[in-house]
Design a protein. Structure first.
Length: 191
């Protein structure tokens, strides 16, 4: 069945004996992984490794012998479980947007603005924008790329693209309002 953790094995592990460290790992790791799994940690094996990465270098500080070792290992395991639970609670859950289920009450501000100026006026409107504004609107609206995709294409951060798009839409709105209302047969507010 193999060696068990004894005071001699613990003393050898403290002295840096690799075989003794393996004995500690083999005996305690399955119990730690079981504890973490029972407590709902999704990556119990990974967190178990983290526990031993924290414990093994501190064996020299340990008091209480084999019993103290077990207490220490499970104290660290508990702390890692709490850390993992808190980390997961802080992370938002990402859900893909299903366009078929999305019942948008109004069109997007971008589409409304472009519809208002009409197809013939879109190119003229885009030509009056700065190159960056023109690029972000073309990629977002015409190419229908996501913010992340536009960021990759433009070699910018997603946040930078969001701000650039916001500024571009403000510029479009100002141009449309300066030109006066377009005759689209309907009254649509912009943005």
């Amino acid at each position: 069945m193999g060696r068990r953790i004894t005071e001699e094995v613990l003393a050898a592990a403290r002295a840096g004996d690799g075989d003794a460290l393996v004995v500690i790992w083999r005996e305690l790791a399955p119990a730690v992984a079981g504890y973490l799994t029972a407590r709902g940690v999704p990556d119990a094996e990974g967190v178990t490794s983290d526990v031993f990465v924290a414990v093994l270098p501190r064996l020299g500080e340990l008091t209480g012998g084999v019993s103290g070792l077990r207490t220490f290992v499970f104290s660290v395991a508990h702390a890692r479980m709490v850390d993992d639970t808190r980390r997961r609670a802080r992370q938002p859950t990402f859900v893909e947007l299903d366009q078929l289920l999305h019942d948008r009450a109004t069109e997007s501000a971008e589409r409304e603005a472009l519809e208002r100026v009409g197809t013939a006026g879109v190119q003229d409107l885009l030509d009056r924008l700065s190159p960056d504004h023109r690029e972000v609107l073309a990629l977002r609206i015409v190419a229908d790329l996501s913010l992340e995709q536009v960021a990759t294409v433009m070699r910018r951060s997603t946040g930078s693209v969001k701000q650039l798009q916001r500024r571009a839409l403000i510029a479009v709105r100002a141009l449309v309002e300066a030109d006066g209302p377009a005759d689209t047969g309907r009254s649509v507010p912009i943005c």
